[in-house]
Design a protein around this ligand. Structure first.
Ligand code: PMP
Length: 472
């Protein structure tokens, strides 16, 4: 029974347990947006396996693809041998890639997780360029293995230089909008060109087109294009981590499609496996300087995941689900913005497609100051302003007399306790949402792309009720 299972798991499982703490449910059945618990309760699932379920739970085309492999008697474990299943998956994958990349691309199948593909990408650009350092962004999340963790802001296993990400609501430069994005781009330029900037030519730059775990922060298209120009002009491979943003989630098949930016490397996982573990790196063939065996892994050949993934990619493409995500997402954002206008506890509403975030704040307390861009090289912080980058390029906004900042926005202090309370109230109302952001104060919605209009309304009804209850 559910309480006994929950009790036993909490006693036996590692203290690193995450979702299970906030969501004490025991799923036994699921279909589409809906999960059913062992106690018979049903939930609308906007966590979607941390964004891994483009088609929701147990979509018939996915189940059918998995069954077809099982029924065919094909081997399930094949290392990196050629198979018809892999051939079909690769075909489908290449059909979705930006054409300029697909025309000259290679794919490396990686271990099961997104973080494995991030590691492979970092290793690839280091091998290809013969250089070592890496550029990554403040607030990024790339995974939990050492290199990916370093890129996410953890202990540096590779030398990582952290750059400011254009986060409008809590802008590192004290101004939002185009001006803030311009300053962020100029920070990158100066860092690369100023000999005193503290970074040698790096092996690559990694970014998320929409930061996910960092709090659903879409990178402005103009900033992305400029970042592409900056890296291209200096021969720095650009790695787009589309682990979470991929497969239609943001309203474009790949999120880089919004800006038209063509990265040199794409890191893909989550939805590409159709709910089973699969991760790949796709890259321009010139970067393929690896020797045979330079990158390996026993579980590179997950046939069930490739079949489920191929079916998912095909279904999203053939049914225009990226466009559908854009439409439904915009409608949800519109309603959430209207809600925010009535509710001072919602500091910011943002998102792209069906990747939506609601930053909860304490309306009575001003933002203590935007985050520092932490321009660091390895473990040595490089502070100070670069000549030509005006404003407060040291990342500290000027303080106003009321203790707030001159971000121009009316940023308020993040409210993680309120966010946790909203998450609990959502669960009581049969809605599963995820938290994220720098301060875990962002309610994140990642519903499947197959969500109907009625379901989207039901999600927002429950969320609005939960907010009401948590604030009261
Ligand atoms: N990159 C991004 C952008 C992610 O969102 C995640 C997972 N949330 C990862 C990498 C790591 O993927 P995994 O958890 O499968 O290792």
């Amino acid at each position: 029974d559910a309480p006994a299972i929950l009790r036993r798991q909490s006693l036996r499982e590692s203290a690193a347990r995450t979702y299970a703490r906030a969501l004490p449910i025991v799923p036994v059945r699921a279909r589409g947006l809906t999960i059913e618990g062992a106690d018979g309760r049903r939930y609308l699932d906007c966590l979607s396996g941390a964004g891994a379920l483009a088609l929701g739970h147990n979509h018939p085309v996915v189940l059918e693809a998995i069954r077809a492999v099982l029924d065919s008697g094909a081997p399930l474990q094949v290392l990196d041998l050629a198979t018809p299943v892999k051939d079909a998956f690769t075909d489908e994958l290449f059909a979705t890639l930006p054409p300029e990349l697909a025309a000259h691309a290679r794919v490396q199948f990686c271990g099961p997780a997104g973080t494995d593909a991030v590691e492979a990408a970092l290793k690839l650009v280091r091998t290809a360029t013969g250089r070592d350092g890496l550029l990554a962004f403040s607030g990024a999340y790339h995974g939990m293995t050492a290199g990916a963790l370093a890129a996410s802001g953890g202990a540096p296993a590779v030398s990582v230089t952290r750059l400011p990400f254009p986060y409008d609501y809590r802008c590192p430069f004290g101004v939002g909008g185009e001006r803030g994005a311009d300053l962020a781009a100029r920070w990158t330029e100066r860092l690369l060109d100023d000999p005193k900037g503290g970074t040698a030519a790096p092996a690559g730059m990694i970014l998320e087109p929409v930061q996910g775990e960092g709090g659903v922060i879409p990178a402005p298209d103009g900033w992305l294009r400029r970042t592409r120009e900056i890296t291209a002009a200096r021969g720095i491979p650009l790695i787009a981590d589309e682990v979470q943003t991929g497969v239609g989630r943001t309203g474009s098949f790949w999120a880089v499609g919004h800006s038209g930016v063509v990265p040199d490397v794409m890191v893909l996982s989550k939805a590409i496996g159709g709910s089973l573990p699969l991760a790949v790196v796709v890259y321009r063939e010139e970067l393929d300087t690896w020797r045979p065996g330079a990158h390996a892994g026993t579980f590179r050949g997950n046939q069930l995941a490739m079949a489920a993934g191929a079916a998912t990619l095909a279904y999203v493409r053939e049914n225009g689900l990226a466009q559908r995500a854009a439409v439904v997402g915009e409608r949800m954002l519109t309603r959430l913005r209207a809600l925010a206008a009535q509710c001072p506890h919602i500091g910011d509403v943002r998102g792209r497609g069906l990747m939506i975030g609601l930053e909860l704040v304490d309306p009575a307390r001003p933002d203590p100051g935007p985050e520092c861009p932490e321009a660091t090289t390895g473990t040595t912080p490089t502070t100070g302003t670069f000549a030509g980058v005006e404003g407060r390029a040291d990342g500290r906004a000027a303080r106003r007399a009321d203790g707030g900042t001159d971000t121009g926005a009316t940023a308020r202090r993040a409210a993680p306790m309120l966010a946790a309370a909203v998450q609990r109230e959502c669960l009581h109302r049969g809605l599963i949402v995820e938290l994220g952001g720098r301060h875990s104060a962002v309610i994140r919605l990642l519903p499947p792309l197959t969500i109907t209009d009625e379901q989207a309304e039901a999600v927002l009804d429950r969320l609005a009720d939960a907010l009401d209850a948590a604030i009261r």
